[in-house]
Design a protein around this ligand. Structure first.
Ligand code: HEM
Length: 757
């Protein structure tokens, strides 16, 4: 039915509700003064509450339900500009997803330095502890498409855009401090190998397939990274609970022009936590948005995630004093050699308003740096400097994506770049070149004392050559150090991950080549993986371990050379040595039915909330539940909509009637059984123990706390058990071989790192 009769009368009126346009001011929460990036974004915000529906040309629309037709049963008319505009816009809503890191989640926040860093760098945002520099962060997985699961076994992207007063600085890192390859020329190869296979586009967001391991088995430089991605680092519990790393060695330069090398780290204040692989796979089915939801909910709840920015600083004179090359991105600087100084804190306190406008359109680029920070000659870094801007030209449709609000610098932009698709800026005046007299030479260059960027004047005297430095050839010492630094439990997980991944590889020679490579890292590790695959470690390979024999065939350049370095162990590499507070913001499922024991619910809830945990009820049905003494609680989930893999711990509330109603549902025993298998803390009060028994769980396990009566004591025990994160004693030790102890040799021996060629 037409509403045309309203048109004339309302032409000059506002729509009849009390809505108002967003002005961004509500979003300054947490900032003392106005946040300059929020102010900047506000210029582009649209809020339709209280507004009329219009076309893109601002024409108020009278009928958004019917297209214009020749009679109510007749064909639609070409004249219908409203239909055509709407459909055309819809037809062009999609842009290409990122070639890598397509799946991601973003958040806004700010960064504050603890102390002026002028000794090391002139970067303005690292000088004044009272200044809050706005940031936008995007976390991502690498392999999968935009709609893929968050819980893939994968490295996570950790990209931070600092909107500094001197322009944008992007720290485009990962949650793993090393990379698969040493030279950017191999990046398309490693990405093609790990992406779904091109003939059938399978598997999605998974490295467990032939092409990936084919490539890796021929790329020994990847072995350090492989140890990390096969470890629990690759299946984080939350973005909020993972480290970030700038990976490459960068430079810091102070006002006097003195340069030092630097590695950047992000240290999460919630500690480091992972899920287990079986859990990860189940979460992928139950809630593929698990990490995205976790980040979103934490920020909505006011549990703002925080990371400290750490730096490892190396004097220039010490550049060549390590057993590895600072320019080699497959190496870390062990924290025991160069400690990480924590210099400031980043807090994420605001979810994006619009996923596409912000998280999808944000364009990070390693080349976005500010005075006081500079690059090094790391050959991976150098290739990245080209790649990001180049790919974004296609992804964002032209050269003007720096004008998109999320990418826009808060520092003013003045230059002679002009035109191109979707240009927003209206550059005034006659002049678009430099030098000029017609505009008095403006915009003019800035001196170094006016924040003008100058590249570090590194002295280079070299031949133009396609070669890798021999200082990049040791591919196994740090891989062994990482493996040897893991606890027994973590080593066991690496063994299982490799058995899983290589078990999915169909080509047996690829599995065998991988075993030969693993044997270079640690023979016991290789043996355990081989046992799981029903293979033996080959002593001779039909192809050399490294395919990249130089054209001149010089054996001295043959990689890898025999490893000489015993790097010992670096305890900080074990996640179990970085647990932090394993209770704060963790989710506890309360299994509860009608007729629950009121005190066993209320007092346990109080104990957990006091410790900073979150409590959610899971019940046989949705709606409300009645306690035996009249307490009424809402069921947050039913046993059908929730699963223990979505929680960190489980508590079975007491009350005979409640337990009987839970026992009528098979899912309730599955719920606790699965939580037990995933080594989580489980608690039960009073009759709740019957549910544990029905599931066949022992009640004398250290992570199973049961009690009758005194719920306060039970609550304290439950919280203490949660602090351990998981109770690993429950895990099967099936990856042990014969009489081999689960504990793996802690020192790298010469024999274990011999070359096979
Ligand atoms: C240390 C190694 C690397 C790290 C830590 C890294 C990190 C990242 C991160 C975090 C993103 C996602 C950015 C976002 O959230 O929008 C990304 C995207 C991307 N990276 Fe890398 N990357 C590395 C190596 C490389 C190399 C060697 C290349 C190419 C030579 C490359 C090319 C790309 C491309 C094309 C994208 C998509 C960018 C976009 O469409 O906006 N990366 N990388």
């Amino acid at each position: 039915m037409s509403t045309r009769k309203n048109d004339k009368a309302n032409k000059s009126k506002k729509a009849p509700t009390n809505g108002s346009r967003a002005n961004g001011s509500r979003r300054n929460a947490g900032y003392g003064a106005v946040d300059p990036k929020i102010e900047d974004l506000a210029k582009n915000m649209e809020e339709s509450a209280g507004e009329f529906l219009t076309s893109d040309q601002g024409i108020r629309i009278n009928d958004n339900q019917n297209s214009l037709k020749a009679g109510n049963r007749g064909p639609s008319l070409l004249e219908d500009f409203l239909l055509r505009e709407k459909i055309t816009h819809f037809d062009h809503e999609r842009i290409p997803e990122r070639v890598v890191h397509a799946r991601g989640s973003g958040a806004h926040g700010y960064f504050q330095v603890y102390e002026p860093m002028s000794q090391y760098t002139k970067a303005g945002f690292l000088q004044d502890p009272s200044v809050r520099t706005p940031v936008f962060v995007r976390f991502s997985t690498v392999q999968g498409s935009r709609g893929s699961t968050d819980l893939a076994r994968d490295v996570r992207g950790f990209a931070v855009k600092f909107y500094t007063q001197e322009g944008n600085f992007d720290l485009v890192g990962n949650n793993i401090p090393v990379f698969f390859i040493q030279d950017a020329i191999k990046f398309p190869d490693v990405v093609h190998a790990v992406k779904p296979e091109p003939h059938n586009e399978m598997p999605q967001a998974a490295s467990a397939h032939d092409t990936f391991w084919d490539f890796i088995s021929l790329t020994p430089e990847s072995m350090h990274m492989i140890m990390w991605v096969m470890s629990d680092r690759a299946i984080p519990r939350s973005y909020r609970m993972m480290e970030g790393f700038g990976v490459h060695t960068f430079r810091l330069i102070n006002e006097a022009g003195k340069a030092r090398f630097v590695k950047f780290h992000w240290k999460p204040l919630l500690g480091l936590h992972a899920v287990v692989w079986d859990e990860a796979q189940k979460i992928s089915g139950k809630d593929p948005d698990f990490h995205r939801r976790d980040l979103w909910e934490a920020i909505e709840n006011g549990d703002y995630p925080e990371w400290e920015l750490g730096v490892q600083i190396v004097e220039e004179k010490d550049e060549l004093s390590f057993d590895f090359d600072l320019l080699d991105p497959t190496k870390i600087i062990p924290e025991e050699i160069v400690p990480v100084q924590r210099i400031g804190k980043m807090t994420l306190n605001r979810n994006p308003d619009n996923f596409f406008a912000e998280t999808e359109q944000v364009a990070f680029h390693l080349g976005n740096i500010v005075p006081g920070i500079d690059f090094t000659n790391d050959p991976l870094l150098q290739g990245r400097l080209f790649s990001y801007l180049d790919t974004q030209l296609t992804r964002l449709g032209g050269p003007n994506f720096h004008e998109i609000p999320i990418n826009r610098s808060i520092a003013p932009v003045h230059n002679n770049n002009r035109d191109g698709f979707m240009r927003q800026t209206i550059n005034r005046g006659q002049v678009s070149y430099d030098p000029n007299t017609l505009r008095g030479g403006c915009p003019f260059q800035a001196g170094m004392d006016m924040s003008g960027f100058t590249s570090y004047a590194e002295r280079i005297d070299a031949q133009k050559i396609r070669e890798r430095s021999a200082s990049f050839f040791d591919h196994f010492s740090q891989a062994a150090m990482f493996f040897n630094s893991q606890s027994d439990v973590e080593q066991n997980h690496i063994v299982k991950a490799l058995r899983f991944e290589l078990g999915k590889v169909e080509t047996i020679p690829i599995r065998e080549r991988m075993l030969a490579l693993l044997a270079q890292v640690d023979k016991t590790l290789a043996k355990k993986v081989a046992d799981g695959l029903g293979l033996t470690i080959p002593t001779k390979l039909d192809l050399p371990l490294n395919m990249h024999v130089p054209a001149d065939g010089d054996p001295k350049k043959f990689q890898p050379k025999r490893t000489k370095v015993d790097m010992g162990v670096s305890p900080v590499l074990s996640m179990l040595n970085n647990l932090g507070d394993a209770v704060k913001t963790r989710k506890v499922a309360f299994l509860v039915g009608d007729g629950f024991d009121d005190m066993s619910l209320l007092e346990m809830k109080q104990a957990l909330l006091t410790a900073g945990a979150k409590v959610m009820t899971v019940a046989p049905h949705l709606g409300v539940l009645m306690g035996q003494d009249g307490e009424v609680v809402k069921a947050d989930h039913s046993l059908l909509t929730a699963s223990s893999v979505l929680f960190d711990a489980v508590y079975v509330v007491g009350g005979q009637a409640s337990i009987e109603s839970l026992l009528r549902e098979n899912e309730s025993t599955n719920f606790v059984l699965e939580a037990y298998r995933h080594c989580k803390t489980i608690g039960a009060a009073g009759a709740g123990v019957e549910l544990l028994r029905a599931a066949g769980l022992p009640t004398e396990d250290p992570g199973v706390v049961v009690g009758d009566g005194d719920i306060k004591t039970l609550g304290a025990e439950f919280v203490e058990a949660m602090r351990l994160h998981r109770h690993w004693g429950r895990e099967s030790t099936e990856t042990q071989t014969g009489e081999q102890p689960l504990m793996i040799n802690r020192t790298v021996t010469q024999e274990s790192t011999e070359s096979v060629q």
